[in-house]
Design a protein around this ligand. Structure first.
Ligand SMILES: C[S@@+](CC[C@H](N)C(=O)[O-])C[C@H]1O[C@@H](n2cnc3c(N)ncnc32)[C@H](O)[C@@H]1O
Length: 286
């Protein structure tokens, strides 16, 4: 084995160790959130009643599906599915719908909530891969309000895994935080906003307590904000093409609400869609 080989090996071992450490933190964190108040931590602006939460899931499903045209016999997968807020509204459109999540608590609640849907299957994942899902199985993979909580190494791993589980020609739609959105927002702030910000940036625990009357037992992990350039080069390198971006208002963060009011329409989120390249060698052989 060459020195280079040794170097590569020890680097990947370190990466593996870091990912394992991160995923165990993420699991503990999301399990606590699921025990404490799942609706609040999944979709903060619409947590108060099941009806409102459900309606928000319907809206998110229509946004993430966009103008996707797939037959009823197709299969879909959601990464970071939570308790099935969105899956519930995607399920009637596909033959099979799968969800995968790092939190066992979320999966248990989700199975209960979606027990009437015979075509839904929820899996407990390891937080960084799509094991145990088979390669080339899905026509459509999506993720919403999940990648924004994950560090870059985990998101990159999931993107590679999405490519693995998609059929050639299959579509991936996902949402995350755009780095520019936060910069644009900070640049657009007036002095008044800065003063309000100083008082609004109290610890999150205060804010949570004010909204729910409960004290939180978890800590927040924040994921990476991405640029379009980074995403494009990552996706192209993996083997996706037809990459499109759309800026959207998806879910107000607590600090946006505190600063700008509940009707603000800050386009804080980037929606990305792309397609797995058709397998050229297979079509040449056919
Ligand atoms: C804000 S919730 C969104 C749930 C769902 N996508 C929705 O929109 O209703 C984020 C979800 O991502 C899951 N999650 C966080 N990190 C994850 C990871 N590394 N792998 C898989 N799921 C993860 C959490 O357990 C949680 O259920």
């Amino acid at each position: 084995m060459t020195t280079e080989d040794n170097g590569e090996k020890s680097e990947s071992k370190e990466e593996l160790f870091e990912t394992k450490h991160l995923t165990s933190q993420m699991r503990t964190d999301w399990d606590k959130k699921a025990q404490d108040n799942p609706r609040y931590f999944i979709c903060t602006p619409h947590w108060k009643s099941e009806e409102e939460f459900d309606e928000s899931g319907r809206e998110t499903a229509s946004m993430i599906l966009g103008d996707l045209k797939l037959g009823y016999e197709s299969r879909a997968l959601e990464i970071g599915c939570g308790i099935g807020r969105v899956l519930k509204h995607v399920a009637p459109l596909f033959a099979e719908v799968h969800g995968i999540d790092i939190s066992e608590e979320m999966i248990v609640l989700g199975k209960n909530r979606l027990s009437d849907f015979s075509n839904v299957c929820l899996h407990l994942g390891d937080g960084a891969t799509l094991n145990p899902l088979s390669s080339g199985y899905f026509d459509f993979v999506y993720s919403v309000l999940a990648f924004q909580h994950m560090p870059a190494s985990v998101v990159k791993n999931y993107l590679r895994e999405c490519h693995r589980v998609l059929k050639p020609g299959g579509e991936l739609h996902f949402q995350l935080t755009e780095a520019r959105a936060l910069r644009r927002f900070l640049h657009s702030m007036s002095k008044w906003h800065f003063r309000t910000a100083l008082s609004a940036f109290r610890p999150l625990s205060d804010n949570y307590w004010k909204m729910t009357g409960k004290s939180p037992t978890h800590k927040f992990l924040t994921g990476k904000s991405w640029t379009k350039y980074e995403l494009k080069s990552e996706l192209t390198g993996i083997g996706f093409h037809d990459i499109n971006f759309k800026r959207r208002v998806i879910s107000q963060r607590w600090w946006e609400r505190a600063l700008l009011g509940s009707s603000s329409k800050l386009r804080n989120s980037l929606n990305v869609s792309c397609t797995k390249r058709e397998d050229r060698s297979a079509s040449t052989l056919a």
